[in-house]
Write a protein that binds this ligand. Structure first.
Ligand SMILES: NC(=O)c1ccc[n+]([C@@H]2O[C@H](COP(=O)([O-])OP(=O)(O)OC[C@H]3O[C@@H](n4cnc5c(N)ncnc54)[C@H](O)[C@@H]3O)[C@@H](O)[C@H]2O)c1
Length: 494
């Protein structure tokens, strides 16, 4: 097992490679040319880790542990000393890399793999000064190294198959996607494809066909979006190999033999069931679904138009009074319970609450409630709900009565309102971990989904400086899997 890694070069790629190994639990020594570049490398690593925390990829604790695993040095001996694996990422200069590898080879024990991150240089040329070139290979990462999964694994002329296997195993352990190549092509597939695109882009601009901004837009807003989920050959099969042949001809480009042969044989891609790949209807449907989901995820969300809730202070008053009474008299063993049904009217723009009906809690009496709490709620939402004072099970006849009375007045049953106390402050010590507010708890979300009521209000009560305050939240019923959407609450004052 590789537990310590040496990285030579602390630039754009070296720092990302260091982050990758440190996050995966390896100690990393990064060699830089001076203390100043060492400090810059550590600062870059800190920023990379910070962003991983901001985006939820790592916890603060995990990032701190990863940061503590990386140290910098200006001594090649220190990088090699105790390292089970060394990655070189100095500038793309064959003489410089050869010199680094000659020194690494002298210092590192024979079983240590020496990997170069070269983009375009032959591994054999880099390993030319090594006595043990069988352990020299390229592991070519893509910028930013800690975020792009692919790593090309390339042998030199003398690299042993065992070295390639070991490198692939290590990268797989790290969660990367190693792609081993058989020949030392001097430039791996990714860079060659990229170079082809870059050359074409430069040609388009220098021929005056377009400008750099337009090229970048075409990539970012167009073909680049699809590259996140499709390759080249599945795209070709999708477009149709006959169509692609026609496009190449129209552009005055030669049609490669392999393409012409397939078209000749009637293998036109997906539409004929076979092209570069085999396409069953199921595979085609799965492909479409995957592409569409990927593209949808990149589109900006349009916030859904939701109705606002309008509720008169006078309508809410009795509920708030009852809620404060419950709050004042509750104990950690007996949480406050207050619940009412909301009745009113709704349109696309507004849900207007006209009145409320208190309803009885039959959590203790209703056998259905006991079964639901024992079999579903307690296993899903925690043992705290085994407390029979916890949770509200509204009497079904009260719901029916409220429903009928609403109908008689041309209104409808809109939903419910209930109380959340500042339980993270006043509840039993074991239940103070989760901050309570006017937002739905997981249990609320479950209940709101079950009832499907369009309006679910929560009043959150907390004591501050001797006074009890209420914050009101209003929530639409969640969909099958999502969260509850928040609704604006308006209190008409005139
Ligand atoms: N930038 C990319 O997109 C990318 C992607 C894949 C691979 N690569 C390859 O990675 C390698 C490094 O590229 P980069 O983008 O990180 O360059 P970079 O210039 O950001 O970093 C190179 C670092 O190496 C240091 N350095 C120079 N000589 C050194 C020596 N003798 N000992 C120790 N450190 C030394 C430099 O001070 C610099 O900090 C190159 O071979 C490049 O082709 C780059």
């Amino acid at each position: 097992m590789v537990s310590r890694v040496g990285v030579v070069g602390g630039g754009a790629m070296g720092t990302g490679i260091a982050v990758e190994f440190a996050v995966a639990g390896r100690d990393v020594a990064v060699m830089t040319r001076s203390d100043r570049t060492g400090a810059a490398a550590l600062e870059r690593i800190r920023r990379d880790l910070e962003l991983m925390v901001d985006t939820g990829l790592l916890t603060t604790g995990q990032a701190a542990t990863a940061a503590s695993r990386v140290r910098t040095t200006t001594s090649l001996d220190e990088v090699v000393d105790g390292s089970d694996h060394v990655v070189e990422s100095v500038p793309e200069d064959v003489a410089l890399k050869r010199e680094v590898f000659t020194e690494l080879d002298k210092r590192a024990p024979g079983d240590v793999l020496l990997a170069t991150n070269t983009t375009s240089l032959p591994v054999s040329a880099i390993a030319a000064g090594c006595r043990r070139p069988q352990r020299v290979l390229a592991t070519h990462y893509y910028l930013p190294a800690h975020l792009v999964p692919l790593v090309d694994v390339v042998p030199g002329e003398h690299t042993s198959p065992e070295a390639i296997d070991r490198a692939c195993r290590l990268l797989t352990e790290l969660g990367k996607t190693p792609v081993p190549f058989k020949v030392d092509a001097g430039a791996t597939v990714g860079p060659r494809l990229q170079t082809a695109m870059i050359s074409e882009a430069i040609r388009l601009v220098s021929e005056g066909v377009t400008d750099p901004l337009t090229v970048d837009r075409v990539i970012v807003e167009g073909i680049g979006r699809r590259f996140g989920v499709t390759g080249v050959f599945d795209r070709l099969d999708l477009a149709g190999l006959d169509t692609m042949t026609a496009v190449l001809r129209a552009q005055g480009r030669p049609v490669p033999g392999v393409l012409a042969e397939k078209v000749e044989a009637g293998h036109l891609g997906r539409k004929s069931g076979r092209g570069f790949y085999e396409w069953s209807p199921r595979r085609a449907a799965e492909f479409d679904d995957r592409v569409a989901r990927h593209l949808i995820a990149q589109l900006p969300r349009r916030p859904a138009e939701r109705p606002a809730v309008s509720v008169d202070v006078g309508v809410l008053g009795p509920f708030l009074e009852a809620a404060v009474d419950e709050y004042e008299s509750c104990t950690p063993e007996a949480p406050p319970r207050c619940f009412a049904l909301l009745v009113g009217e709704q349109s696309a723009e507004e849900i207007a609450v006209r009145r409320l009906h208190f309803a009885r809690n039959v959590r203790d009496e209703d056998p259905d409630a006991s079964v639901e709490f024992a079999e579903h709620i307690v296993p899903c939402f925690g043992a705290a709900y085994a407390n029979r004072r916890r949770g509200f099970w509204v009497d079904a006849t009260d719901v029916l009565r409220a429903h009928r009375a609403a109908e008689a007045d041309g209104l409808e049953l809109l939903g419910s309102i209930h109380l959340h106390p500042d339980w993270h402050r006043i509840g039993p010590p074991g239940e103070r971990g989760l901050r309570i507010s006017q937002r739905p708890t997981p249990m609320d979300t479950y209940v709101f989904r079950q009832t499907g009521w369009p309006l679910n209000m929560i009043t959150y009560l907390e004591r501050r400086g001797g006074r009890v305050y209420s914050s009101l939240g209003a929530w639409a019923a969640p969909g099958r899997a999502g969260e509850c959407a928040e609704l604006d609450v308006r209190l008409p004052l005139t």
